[in-house]
Write a protein that binds this ligand. Structure first.
Ligand SMILES: [Zn+2]
Ligand SMILES: [Zn+2]
Length: 339
């Protein structure tokens, strides 16, 4: 029988359509084997082409003879620009703010052919360290109210360049989706006297049916009321509202959990396009007791259709418990990114 499930956090309902249920492997991308070269002469993110990007904000030096390990620079085609002022303007019901903000590109590796699922854990930790540094630096600007870190992997996920990279956008406003979620989390904290995420994580770890993998400090799980197949969340076990609070030990542990999660998706679903985002509290909420940051990994396996657009309610054809079981079984210790 189909089932409606409500997301404990967003309060959104989804339809888990078991009548149309697909076996997880039926959704695999079946992408023709594509071997990218490790260097592309006209790629602006490849080593030697540093002059084709705007001036660097920072770089993580390499120790293996490569010119660098990770690079950060402003997006050449930035959605928002840092030389505007976030002046607000209200005319009748029309509210505007000048397009102030920061939009940076993080090149994950000098190797054009790789992706995060294939990188060594220690390199993923370097990238996460760069994320933290930029996240905190941009959040320090008093004109910035929210910082989003995200990755688009593949054309269907919005990537316009193949070279592996991540992005960070810092905005002068708090997005209404974020504000709504903060309100729900605060309401739960006021009602129950606890962080709703700490409670959920504890319950999911006990229940185990949606757990993909667990380490000492993080847990990766399928979402109970998942709007799309294989939506996977990674939570720190320690309560933290802001990603900016992550410690060095937690970065190493998250690198391993994130990389293994991405590798399971890469192997099991045959390298689907995907997005991941770090969902952190707005910049001024460091230390908040009601919110808990996490990483959201969304493989792009299905398309949004009319019902979703008309209702905001999604139909998911893969049981989250079946997706979790499927990912648990995918072996990634050997063969993929084990170096
Ligand atoms: Zn490249
Ligand atoms: Zn918590």
């Amino acid at each position: 029988m189909p089932e409606l499930r409500q997301n404990f956090f967003t309060k959104e309902w989804v339809i888990i359509a078991t009548e149309r249920a697909k076996r997880p492997e039926e959704l695999a991308a079946h992408r023709a084997e594509q071997t990218l070269p490790s260097f592309v002469e006209n790629c602006p993110f490849c080593p030697g082409n540093e002059g084709k990007t705007p001036p660097e904000v920072m770089r993580f030096p390499a120790n293996n003879g490569e010119p660098w390990a990770v690079r950060v620079f402003p997006n050449k085609f930035a959605a928002l620009v840092s030389d505007a002022q976030p002046t607000r303007n209200l005319q009748h019901l029309r509210r505007r703010v000048n397009g102030f903000g920061f939009h940076e590109v993080i090149v994950d590796s000098p190797d054009h052919s790789t992706c995060m699922a294939l990188l060594p854990d220690v390199h993923v930790a370097r990238i996460l360290g760069v994320f933290k540094e930029r996240y905190n630096a941009l959040g320090m600007d008093h004109r910035i109210n929210h910082v989003t870190i995200f990755k688009n992997h593949g054309a269907d996920a919005g990537a316009s360049l193949q070279h592996p990279h991540s992005q960070i956008i810092a905005t002068p406003v708090i997005p209404s989706q974020v504000r709504h979620r903060m309100h729900e989390a605060l309401r739960h904290y006021d009602d129950a006297g606890e962080c709703m995420f700490c409670h959920m994580v504890e319950q999911e770890c006990e229940d185990q049916t949606r757990i993909v993998l667990k380490s000492e400090l993080f847990v990766a799980m399928e979402v109970f009321a998942s709007a799309t197949p294989f939506a996977t969340h990674i939570f720190p076990l320690r309560h933290m509202a802001s990603f900016g609070e992550i410690t060095a030990a937690e970065i190493s542990d998250l690198a391993r959990v994130l990389r293994r999660t991405l590798a399971k998706i890469y192997v099991g679903l045959e390298n689907p396009d995907l997005n991941f985002t770090i969902r952190s509290a707005p910049s001024d909420y460091v230390g908040a007791r009601h919110f808990h940051w996490y990483v959201s990994v969304i493989p792009r396996l299905t398309r949004v259709a009319g019902f979703e657009l008309g209702s905001g309610m999604f139909i998911n054809t893969v049981l989250p418990e079946a997706a979790a079981e499927f990912l648990r079984e995918v072996k990634v210790e050997k063969g993929v990114g084990t170096s």
